[in-house]
Design a protein around this ligand. Structure first.
Ligand SMILES: Cc1cc2nc3c(=O)[nH]c(=O)nc-3n(C[C@H](O)[C@H](O)[C@H](O)COP(=O)(O)OP(=O)(O)OC[C@H]3O[C@@H](n4cnc5c(N)ncnc54)[C@H](O)[C@@H]3O)c2cc1C
Length: 460
């Protein structure tokens, strides 16, 4: 996958994440001469499954798929990538902000307070989401006020008892703090996923299933299918009048699809320069802060205690925001995955490595008992340190950005440069499924621009 670069190709795709690979596969299936240039030494981007002797495959990035994420499911089926249900049986824990521990079979029936108030606030968000224009959020009724309102200031108006759950939801889904997110982007994202529950819940929703061999499996299969059209360890530095410049040479192309995160796109030099709205949009698109920590045990001991392994922590001083059972499909060992994001990640990053580990295990011990303090392995992936993603899960436009630059800057092609990436999708924006949809859209744009008839998919 990393041979000599061709001197020219009809289309160059920048980035071999799900968006870029999907665009390339659609173009290849249509008979277009396409080349994928990927900076990292692996395909998959923000989805990265690492083999583990006991946990089979550890998903350091995106991992879950839900029933309405139909493009990812179709891709997985095309390449025969097996899935299994996320472990969801048993009681979930809630560590309330006063330090008391609560249990319930869902976040709606735990013994912690505030369920009715939370449900009422969610209903308000759903009402906003129902009005969002998915293909042009800036055209949503009342968009200017919604984009000028941060979720933090909106939270000031909801009953205090509902705020911990809503704040944790924002941190958990966007990996930012409520002060970083506008009400318009929140409503857009909820609409994009098909509702609040789709984002938050497990069975039947976004966290429904996992991939037996890790969520990178379909990306690896796509890259293998594209074969020597994919060039790894080939960072693109500039796109000058159709000449794509990399660390390993240049490729001349009629069209270029840039399928990176917004900060990674910003780091590429474009000549002619990108139109001002696109440049400003990229500058205002800020990646979230998240680390994903896998803690491996001999067995999933919490299941025998009637626990699901899921926990939500509302205490500001505890490092993870949520914990899930991430044990492998074959049950060869037990795995808990802890998500550390936003302010919590900044606190974590300031600690010495041994303090980081001790703080995390102390919290897991309080949740699941002393056995949780004795893992056999602990693996940390801090996405803020990833040179090509620049953060995760996705970019969040700064408050006001949709109104100021969304209409012209979000995803409209810039001359012969087309834009893909999960951040450019109307549906499942920020998710793998959204990345795939964006790749399909960009490929369709390119085919139309090249006046190339779309062909049916080839099987080879
Ligand atoms: C911790 C974490 C948990 C997540 N959980 C889920 C989940 O459970 N379910 C879900 O659906 N989604 C999840 N996501 C989000 C999901 O992973 C992303 O939305 C999706 O993978 C984005 O795909 P993409 O192709 O748009 O971008 P990317 O995957 O970021 O791909 C962009 C590619 O471009 C490359 N690149 C960057 N700059 C250059 C350059 N100059 N030249 C060449 N190549 C370049 C990068 O190396 C990368 O491979 C999660 C993400 C993270 C990090």
């Amino acid at each position: 996958m990393s041979g000599a670069l061709p001197a020219r190709a009809s289309v160059v795709v920048v980035g071999a994440g799900y968006a870029g690979l999907t665009a390339a596969l659609a173009l290849r299936d249509a008979g277009v001469d396409v080349v994928v240039l990927e900076a990292a030494d692996r395909p998959g981007g923000r989805v990265w499954s690492v083999p583990h002797p006991r946990a089979h495959a550890v998903d350091h990035g995106g991992q879950w798929v839900g029933p309405t994420q139909t493009r990812l499911l179709a891709l997985a089926d095309r390449f025969g990538c097996a899935r299994f249900p996320t472990h969801d049986e048993g009681s979930h824990l809630e560590l309330w902000h006063d330090g008391t521990l609560h249990e319930g079979t869902s976040e709606r029936d735990s013994t912690a307070p505030g369920h009715a108030e939370y449900a009422a606030a969610v209903a308000d968000i759903e009402a906003l989401a129902a009005r969002v224009e998915l293909d042009d959020p800036a055209a949503t009724p009342d968009a200017e006020r919604l984009d000028a309102t941060t979720v933090a200031s909106w939270l000031d108006g909801v009953p205090e008892v509902a705020r911990p759950r809503l704040a944790l939801a924002v941190q958990g889904v966007w990996a930012v703090e409520p002060r970083d997110l506008s009400l318009l982007h929140l409503a857009f994202y909820v609409a994009s996923a098909g509702g609040w529950d789709q984002l938050m819940r497990t069975r039947g929703h976004a966290q429904d299933q996992r991939f037996v061999d890790g969520a990178q499996a379909p990306a690896l299969a796509m890259a293998a299918h594209l074969g020597d059209r994919v060039h790894l360890s080939t960072p693109v530095r500039a796109v000058r009048d159709g000449l794509v410049e990399t660390d390993r040479g240049t490729v001349r192309a009629e069209r270029v699809v840039v399928a990176t995160t917004p900060p990674a796109a910003r780091a590429i030099v474009f000549e002619p320069p990108l139109p001002a709205p696109r440049r400003r949009w990229l500058e205002r698109s800020v990646m979230g802060d998240v680390a994903k920590i896998h803690v491996v045990y001999d067995r999933p001991f919490w299941r025998a205690d009637g626990r699901s392994g899921q926990a939500s922590l509302y205490t500001a001083h505890d490092l993870p925001g949520v914990v899930f059972d991430n044990s492998p499909a074959d049950g060869a060992c037990g795995v808990l995955v802890a998500f550390v994001y936003g302010d919590r990640l900044r606190t974590w990053a300031a600690l010495a490595p041994e303090r980081q580990r001790a703080a995390l295990l102390d919290t897991l011990g309080r949740l699941f008992g002393a056995a949780a303090t004795r893992p056999t392995d602990l693996l940390v992936q801090d996405w803020v340190a990833d040179p090509w993603a620049g953060g995760a899960y996705a970019a969040v436009p700064a408050p006001g950005a949709w109104i100021e630059y969304g209409e012209h800057g979000w995803r409209a092609p810039s001359g012969t440069v087309h834009w893909a990436g999960s951040e450019t999708s109307s549906l499942w924006h920020g998710y793998i499924d959204g990345a795939i949809r964006s790749g399909e859209r960009a490929a369709a744009e390119v085919l139309a621009a090249l006046d190339h008839p779309a062909r049916g998919q080839e099987d080879s």
